[in-house]
Design a protein around this ligand. Structure first.
Ligand SMILES: Cc1cc2nc3c(=O)[nH]c(=O)nc-3n(C[C@H](O)[C@H](O)[C@H](O)COP(=O)(O)OP(=O)(O)OC[C@H]3O[C@@H](n4cnc5c(N)ncnc54)[C@H](O)[C@@H]3O)c2cc1C
Length: 746
């Protein structure tokens, strides 16, 4: 009998009364050094004095990688509190925790119908508290426990629950509710227990492979006096039948002697793994068999069982991690599966999986802040590269840095600051490198340093056919050209190489000004920016009068200088436009200005409605149209950002981002497409082109406006070479050129 689980080896930490905190940490540290997979933190450490979840936190802080099995005695702590403690520790340890119920409640004999029923309710309450997939408060009404509405607490991962013990009722409970059955190591108990557990599981529509089997053993090395004594080979002979014939997947040693634990970890564990591998060549997949409750949330059309087992993580709609990953910062989503890749190889595998699902939507996600893109979807596949977030300095002399797509710009800025470097990115530190650096990158240093893509020197990417290529000025130069402005059409970028800029202290000014005379404010703000040297870049949001408050202009301006006189000279024209209600001007680092992002997972619903346009000058005519739109209340957000300067120094045909002659980038956002479109119609006569990172409409005319005709036709040629079948069709998808093999009609 085999349940398909890779073998795990653990150590039961000592629980004797005189085992103090120092000794616990020492044993845990040794077990980690020896490479054991699990540390079992017993209920009743130090002679019953210490609360296991507190002990587990103590051990967690002193170790890095082993799983922590927190043993809880049923009915000693309210399950809602236990659930919260475990969830917190699981988050603090990034998913290392498991929960094990061991021994019956103190007042009832273990295994009696009532105690088992109470334990069943405990498990149900714990799961209810962890179930953040269903929104709202946790509720439960049972015979022993009642929750009238408790705040839920998400663990970092699907924390397995193990139950220890015997008796038909308890084994039935294991089959119905547990993820692991823990028992002694005699063959008869295992045979009978497995039968009962499997039967109960099948009866409840579960796959028995969902339930691991764990044994706890004692033993010694030296003279052979019985099972688990003698040499490591003797141990292996004793254990192998339990693994092969009884499906044991977790073996925990309960021993205080250091040499026994060391021998178990360094000799028995590898030899048993090898022996089991030899007997069961296809014995375990290592793939997690998901709980039936998770499988019940699967969506049609996706081959879940065929998901690549090598992924860093596969997240399904029933997994706890789904709540954190399903949506983006601005978009709500409900994808069918999220494949998290941490290497090029994994990206290739995820892409191959996606290509086996031709009718299913495919999205790519770096940090999930896409406005224009569709980094989430409904019912489709998401390839998530947020774990590829390393930031590495390749060469100090040339300021060459390599950055993963999942890094966020606040992290990039913080990593470059110690070198006195920066990369102009955007105005929000939570935005990801993957989405922004494949589109453009209009940041606070744009006028002096150009777009983010102007500092890009090479990319590594996975193409539609799964191949991994490098693109720079000499290798695949066409592709490199296309990636800088239309990257999402050509693959999944897995690494970016930039040449960072030398950037010292900067001035960062936040001004809130009267915009009662909207037209005048806009024209003068535009003129002040255009008249200013390039070391100034300014973004302004203009809001109509609301709730008795005057119309306001809220600007964020960076001056690439720390010289007070220069800063004053640059900011005075802006401050002079109208009355200043609030101001905050600091000399700081670029990294400090970018340190403005939340780490909370997004909880967005619905879709943003935004329109982007590029503008040469803020003329009185444009300002009049804009003021009408702002005052009408049709839109909720009106923002102008300065570009021009160094952005315009780059020839229009040098990158796929070609609208180099614009001086300003406009974005408006609102509630409904029709309403925003009507407002936009008043503004569009003044605009030329758009920036794909700020546009949510993917209508053909908007796609056509994203690139000038010559750029568009070159991009379409390249699309027919690199992605003729349109695998990457989620974000401003280009139609491959018709006259090319693989190309379609226009
Ligand atoms: C609050 C906020 C502020 C912003 N401020 C600015 C700003 O100041 N300046 C500016 O230029 N932009 C700004 N943006 C827009 C931002 O640049 C884009 O939304 C960008 O796509 C977000 O990148 P991401 O990796 O977080 O997005 P994701 O949502 O992960 O991805 C968005 C899209 O990019 C593509 N993509 C993502 N990763 C990859 C990859 N590895 N390879 C190929 N394609 C990929 C996909 O089509 C995907 O749908 C802002 C957005 C927000 C939400």
């Amino acid at each position: 009998m085999n349940y398909g689980h890779a073998l795990r080896f653990g150590l039961h930490l000592p629980s004797d009364a005189d085992c103090g905190p120092g000794r616990l940490v020492e044993v845990a540290g040794l077990a980690e050094q020896w490479g054991l997979d699990l540390l079992v933190v017993p209920a009743g450490t130090a002679g019953d004095d210490l609360e296991p979840s507190t002990v587990a936190s103590w051990i967690a802080a002193a170790t890095v990688s082993p799983g922590l099995v927190l043993e809880a005695r049923p009915a000693t702590l309210h399950p809602a509190m236990l659930a919260r403690a475990v969830a917190s520790l699981d988050r603090l340890t990034e998913g290392r925790v498991e929960l094990a119920f061991r021994g019956g409640p103190p007042t009832a004999a273990s295994g009696t119908a009532d105690s088992v029923a109470a334990l069943g309710e405990e498990i149900a309450v714990v799961r209810e508290l962890w179930n953040v997939l269903d929104r709202g408060l946790g509720r439960f009404t049972g015979r022993f426990y009642r929750l009238a509405g408790a705040e839920k607490a998400a663990p970092a991962h699907d924390v397995p629950i193990s139950v220890d013990g015997q008796g038909q009722d308890l084994l039935r409970l294991v089959g119905l509710r547990a993820d692991e059955w823990s028992t002694g190591c005699d063959a008869v108990t295992l045979t009978q227990g497995n039968r009962a557990v499997d039967e109960a599981a099948r009866g409840a529509g579960r796959d028995p492979r969902e339930i691991r089997r764990r044994i706890t053993i004692r033993g010694g090395f030296g003279e052979r006096t019985g099972r688990f004594t003698g040499t490591a080979a003797d141990w292996v002979n004793d254990l192998l039948p339990l693994v092969v014939e009884h499906g044991v997947g977790t073996i925990v040693l309960d021993a205080v002697e250091r040499d026994v634990a060391a021998g178990f970890a360094s000799e028995v564990a590898p030899a048993l793994r090898a022996a089991a591998d030899a007997v069961l060549p296809r014995g375990w997949s290592g793939a997690r068999v998901r709980r039936s409750a998770v499988r019940a949330r699967r969506l049609p059309g996706i081959d879940y069982e065929g998901a690549p087992p090598e992924m860093a993580e596969v997240v399904e709609p029933g997994d706890p991690a789904y709540a954190r990953l399903r949506s983006g910062y601005l978009r709500g989503g409900a994808p069918g599966i999220i494949l998290r890749a941490a290497t090029n190889e994994q990206v290739t595998q995820a892409l191959a999986f996606a290509r086996r699902h031709p009718g299913v939507a495919l999205s790519r996600r770096s940090a999930g802040h896409g406005v224009s893109g569709r980094s989430t979807n409904d019912g489709g596949i998401v390839i998530d590269v947020s774990l590829m977030n390393a930031i590495e300095v390749l060469d100090r002399k040339t300021r060459r840095v390599r950055i993963g797509p999942g890094a966020r710009w606040a992290e990039v800025a913080a990593a470059l600051e110690p070198y006195g470097w920066a990369l102009s990115s955007g105005d929000y530190g939570g935005v990801g490198v993957g989405g922004l650096a494949t589109a453009g990158g209009i940041g606070y240093l744009a006028r002096g340093h150009g777009l983010t893509i102007d500092r890009l020197r090479a990319v590594e990417m996975v193409l539609a056919d799964g191949s991994v290529v490098r693109a720079d000025d000499s290798e695949n130069p066409d592709l490199f050209w296309a990636v800088r402005g239309a990257g999402a059409n050509f693959g999944i970028v897995t690494a970016f190489e930039f040449e960072a800029d030398d950037v010292g202290a900067v001035a960062f000014a936040r001004l809130t000004q009267d915009a009662g005379d909207l037209e005048r404010y806009l024209v003068e703000w535009g003129r002040a920016v255009e008249d200013s040297p390039r070391d100034l870049t300014s973004f302004v949001i203009v809001a109509p009068p609301r709730g008795g408050r005057p119309a306001l202009a809220v600007s964020r301006t960076m001056v690439d200088s720390s010289d007070p006189e220069t800063v004053r000279a640059r900011l005075e024209p802006l401050a002079a436009i109208s009355k200043v209600y609030a101001q905050d001007i600091v000399i700081t680092s670029y990294a400090a200005a970018m340190d403005n992002a939340s780490d909370d997972p997004p909880v967005s619903h619905g879709e943003p409605v935004s329109r982007s346009g590029l503008l040469r000058h803020v003329t009185p005519q444009f300002a009049a149209a804009a003021a009408r739109v702002i005052r009408s209340g049709a839109i909720g957000w009106f923002q102008l950002r300065s570009v021009g300067g160094a952005v315009a120094d780059v020839p229009a045909d040098a990158t796929a981002y070609a609208h180099r002659d614009a001086t300003f980038s406009l974005v408006v956002m609102g509630g409904a497409d029709e309403v925003v479109d009507r407002a936009w119609a008043r503004l569009s006569p003044f605009l030329d082109g758009l920036y794909i990172s700020f546009e949510s409409s993917l209508r053909p005319e908007r796609i056509a406006a994203a690139w000038p005709p010559r750029t568009l036709s070159r991009l379409r040629e390249l699309k027919s070479v690199y992605d003729p079948e349109g695998v990457f069709g989620d974000n401003f998808a280009l139609t491959p050129a018709a006259n090319h093999p693989g190309g379609s009609t226009p």
